[in-house]
Design a protein around this ligand. Sequence first.
Ligand SMILES: [Zn+2]
Length: 197
Amino acid sequence: MRHMAICKQTVNDTFGARARGKSAGSSESAARFRARVELLATRALPAPSRIAPPPASNEAVRKSMQGNKRSDTKPELLVRARLREAGLAGYRLQWKVPGRPDVAWPGKKVALFINGCFWHRCPHCKPRLPKSNVEYWVVKFERNVERDERSQAALEALGWKVHVVWECQLKKKAIDATMAELLPLLAEELGKELSPL
Ligand SMILES: [Zn+2]
């Protein structure tokens, strides 16, 4: 799988300077996350089913806590607009394959996940853990990260090419560089020419 190697830190430091190359991606982030979990969990965590979830502070949190995948989020709309501009339309949303990729070209087996940094634990901007109910969130996030890894591995085993773009890579100062890197890769895999801008 390919991960965009642009992080918020880099973007903030250099305003759009691009860090190229692949990273070990989610397995690396999971290892880092587990290390953080170990630091936090000085005592054994209770079984996940026994942890009472904290009350949802708003509708978006409530939906996420119920495991409903939200669609048409702002980052997704941004990416889809860029895809259409570039002539890479013809995608399907939340196609029924492992992980329900946000954007998929089933005929070409190309999947694109547009991940929210908080819920999916972005390895680039490393969002902070909530201050309260830490044990609940640690378990919740670890499950999310593991589920993402399993979905992506399953897709790849089925012959899919998997791309992940993070919310922080779609901020105003970062999106041009992010798409400049992503679009040619997608075009190549889809066997399409990019539309001139
Ligand atoms: Zn991020």
